[in-house]
Design a protein around this ligand. Sequence first.
Ligand code: NA7
Length: 496
Amino acid sequence: MGGTWYWNRYPGARFDSESWTYGYSFSEEILREWEWSEHFAAQPETLRYCNFVADKLDLRRDIEFNRRIRTVTYDEAAHQWDVESEDGRRARARFLITAIGPLSAPTMPSIPGVETFRGESYHTGTWPHEPVGFANKRVAVIGTGATGVQAITEIAKTVGHLTVFQRTPNWCAPLHNRPIDAATQARIKATYPETFAICRESFGCFIHQADPRNALEVSPEEREALFEKLYGEPGFGIWMGNFRDVLIDREANATITEFMRGKIRQRVKDPALAEKLIPTNHGFGTRRVPLESGYYEVFNQSNVRLVDVRETPIERITPAGVKTSEGEHEVDMIIYATGFDAITGAFDRIDVRGRGGRRLRDKWAEGPRTYLGLQIEGFPNLFTLVGPHNAATFCNIPRCIEQNVDWVTALIAHMRESGHVRVEATREAEAEWTQHVHDTGRRMLFTQVDSWMMGINSNVTGKQKRTFIVYAGGAPKYRERCDEVAARGYPGLSFG
Ligand code: NA7
């Protein structure tokens, strides 16, 4: 139970969304009864929340745990999906709804020798349930994405010696987490409708709304003042609540990038080290912004070392540690914070066969093609929640999941009422939506940068080319389009 919050139990794992914007909005009882203890809850609390919801709604009786699905096949004669798990058990259903997660297929680095290491080793996405201690141990962390940044900051508090292997530095911003006091708790509970209304209208369904001004139309002093204010505030404000053009316009982006550069230089004592922690190949916000709670200060500790693997590449993992071109780093533990085969990875791990035995993997070989990120031509009655080309992949995710679920539920109800047993995206509608996803994406600077949001994973064969896998038009526009399709009787879908 809990999905991403079940698996990602590495030290330091916590929300980057405000807790009170992240929970389910559909049940007043759940909203009333559940109390978040911190503005950005840590993983154990979120997992408790998932279990609380499951119990409250009596969901366990409808869930079969430990059933990893191997093959799903559309039976054209019966208009049903045949679902087979790895243990050979089967199930059949008219509709198949995937809720397999955009960041659920962890990837190990393609470095030789991983299996030869004699010490402890863990991937952050499959962290053990037993406690892992770091005191008096020499620990290596490979990877400095959102996960690595959280894990490194926490591990550094107790570790004997920490070596961080960094390939690409990211622009990290302060989280400013704090407990929720009683007065704030009361206010949160009294204003849920307003909170969710604000989220609905913001680009990524966060509580932060973009400043309506352009960065370059204000004076440098005004610009600096907003940046400074946002840097001092909790959460993604600096990313999502910044001047409206900083993620679109290069010159505007350069202003916030310069500001962030200054912050890293202020916080890291050794100037040469600060330069290594400053990204040089992408501007602020064009990759997922890790939120941090003392990350840069970790590098001021005498027991922490940063290894820039662009300068000294990792050659192999040895039985004793990590060997770079410069020499061997002997360690007791290696932590792989190397990320996921994002968004399409979980689909690739299932053999999905549609009409005529067509494989989804083949259809998406050159990148996904979808209608509204929810339906696929050739794969009737399949709905892909938080799938590629769906606004939910670039979102305060539960907010967008609820939109996906409501839309799919209404469509299924519509089919029941009208006696239909089959629904499928038309080729034309799929082509149009896919083109729209590409066109919308091109406006955004993040599509010019390598990251998981562009389908890049250096450790997965065939995922080295930038691909439009997320919808970058924002949640409100996406919802508008979905609502319009439903209101007009579902153009773009063929029913049978
Ligand atoms: P990310 O953001 O994909 O980060 C993975 C990190 O691992 C990143 O720093 C990579 O460097 C690094 N990496 C991956 N493979 C290697 C190899 N072979 N050698 C060295 N370094 C490597 O994943 P996260 O788990 O941090 O975050 C994923 C999302 O989960 C996050 O955005 C949240 O929304 C939740 P690179 O940048 O590729 O050079």
